[in-house]
Design a protein around this ligand. Structure first.
Ligand SMILES: [Zn+2]
Length: 86
């Protein structure tokens, strides 16, 4: 039950927008819910998704100039409104 969302690792320059947000992007990805249970954070069992730690990381990502929509799977976009821009 729960399922696991597949991930990939990429290499980017440390001084790029994504590079500067790398830790926050890692944190965001760790707090993404599984594909078959979009309300469940795998790390924050007492909160429904998006959990506070995801939102905190998302704010750091946005502050670095990276769009959340590029990092969050499409099936979760509707749950992120108004955090994610269409
Ligand atoms: Zn969480």
């Amino acid at each position: 039950m729960g399922g696991i969302r597949e991930i990939v690792a990429v290499i980017v320059p440390a001084d790029s927008s994504v590079g500067r947000a790398a830790q926050a992007i890692d944190d965001m990805s760790a707090h993404l819910p599984p594909p078959d249970d979009p309300r469940a954070c795998p790390l924050c069992s007492t909160q429904s998704w998006p959990c506070a730690r995801f939102e905190n990381a998302a704010h750091h990502v946005q502050a670095a100039g990276v769009r959340l929509g590029e990092l969050v799977p499409p099936d979760l976009h509707t749950r992120l409104w108004p955090l994610a821009r269409p």
